[in-house]
Design a protein around this ligand. Structure first.
Ligand SMILES: Cc1ncc(COP(=O)(O)O)c(C=O)c1O
Length: 434
């Protein structure tokens, strides 16, 4: 490895002076990265406001507005300046401030706890990938339940050489917190990457309030024993919780100030919770006990640097639109309407499962209470064969992964839910009697 750039050394010192554990959590790439304050960016900043500024790497009209094609501009109501120029690598400052404020509003337990400024990513997959960049070295293990979003393999295993250390997701119809505890306490203390994704893809499970406290306790216990824990909190489906007694705030709110040996990294964004899948806007936000503004600024600078060397920056038009939406007086009402659309389907599935007790001969629903999905364990029938039969004989598509059926009620019309479950039942029955 080439020697570290002095700007990276400076950031590492800012982190290490406040919290040496966090410095140890960084990967080799994470140690080396920095956001270049010198060079082109510094020279462009120095030229700001000068009579003639020939530094900017976009094209401007003679009147100083961005040069743009009318066939694009006439379809967009936003001012060209909000759309066409680059956004900063860290994201638009207005959007970052808005999202930070929203994190506090949506998670009242964070009151009085300092968290970093969110850094904008090109949605959550990119945010996860940047976590791999900053925290994962070849051969590092990630502790993760055995039912997880399959793309974690490409993001962490293929790209950064991470090994997934899985534990059984559920125990006694609830979260297998003991499984997580065993995985955390196994082996000598050291850096531990832990994935926490609630509401979960694929299961649609979010911990109860009590389970969330237990999760926090086992992470603190592991940190007390000298582990340095990077908690990767994937909040893609945040806010879509349909039962009482279930954790409505992010688990980030319990971990952001839990222990100096636990770095809580919140990976969230507009994709699923604001129904803006193609916008490609997400956020990375850090929380660790005893952090200072300097420590957070250094982590943000490393994240900004990783982004600059990767996608450079995230789409300006999407960031502008979202900032306007989040500050619109109609936002909360409209968001609640869409929540109700999903919630009605969730309630309908609960009704179907309660009424059709005969379905228990064919499948068992895994615990679910939130999100876009729920899972079924097929009985005496291989899930992949069920999927094939559903496609060929019932014109019905479902996902099978990790040996279970995943039903996306997010994308199934309310009126088709009964038929969907009936088709699954019939397909399982057909295979059982083959
Ligand atoms: C748990 C989870 N995290 C992250 C993502 C990726 O989201 P994005 O489209 O914002 O990259 C998904 C998408 O399916 C997901 O299910």
């Amino acid at each position: 490895m080439s020697p570290l750039n002095p700007q990276a050394i400076e950031l590492n010192e800012s982190i290490g002076q406040v919290n040496p554990c966090v410095l140890d959590m960084l990967s080799k790439r994470g140690h080396g990265i920095f956001f270049p304050k010198k060079g082109i960016l510094a020279q462009a900043a120095a030229a700001k406001g000068k009579d003639i500024n020939a530094t900017i790497g976009i094209a401007l009209e003679d009147d100083g507005t961005p040069l743009c094609l009318d066939c694009i501009a006439e379809r967009v109501e936003l001012a060209p300046g909000e759309v066409f120029p680059y956004a900063p690598s860290f994201g638009r400052p207005d959007l970052r401030a808005t999202w930070r404020e929203m994190i506090y509003r949506k998670n009242p337990s964070l009151a009085g706890i300092e968290i970093s400024q969110p850094v904008v990513t090109s949605a959550l997959t990119h945010g996860l990938s940047m976590c791999g960049y900053l925290f994962a070295d070849e051969g590092d293990a990630m502790i993760i339940p055995d039912l997880f979003w399959g793309n974690y393999r490409l993001v962490f295993c293929n790209a950064y050489g991470v090994r997934l250390n899985t534990y059984t997701t559920f125990a006694r119809d609830g979260l297998n917190v003991e499984g997580l505890q065993e995985a955390l306490l196994d082996g000598p203390p050291g850096k531990k990457l832990v994935s926490l994704n609630f509401p979960n893809n694929p299961t649609g499970y979010t911990p109860t309030e009590a389970e969330a406290q237990q999760l926090r306790d086992v992470l603190i216990e592991a940190a007390e024993r000298g582990n340095k824990i990077v908690a990767l909190i994937d909040d893609a489906y945040f806010g879509l919780v349909y039962e009482d007694g279930i954790m409505k705030q992010s688990i980030f709110s319990l971990l952001a100030d839990a222990h100096s040996g636990i770095l809580a990294v919140k990976i969230d964004g507009a994709t699923k919770e604001d129904y803006a899948w193609g916008f490609r806007v997400g956020f990375l936000t850090f929380g660790v006990k005893g952090a200072t503004t300097d420590l957070y600024a250094a982590l943000e600078a490393k994240t900004g640097g990783a982004i600059r060397g990767n996608v450079s920056n995230s789409p300006n038009i999407s960031q502008s639109l979202l900032n306007m939406a989040f500050t619109s007086p109609d936002y909360n009402v409209q968001k609640n309407e869409k929540y109700q659309t999903l919630r009605r389907r969730y309630d309908k599935i609960r009704d179907i499962l309660a009424q059709r007790t005969d379905y228990q001969e064919a499948f068992r629903a895994l615990p679910f209470n939130s999100g876009y999905f729920m899972c079924l364990e097929t009985l005496d029938a291989d899930a992949e064969s069920v999927r094939q039969t559903l496609l060929s004989d019932y014109s019905t598509g479902i996902i099978v992964a990790n040996g279970v059926v995943r039903v996306a009620f997010s994308s199934t019309p309310y009126d088709r839910l009964e038929q969907l479950f009936d088709n699954i039942y019939k397909a399982v029955k057909a295979i059982q009697t083959r």
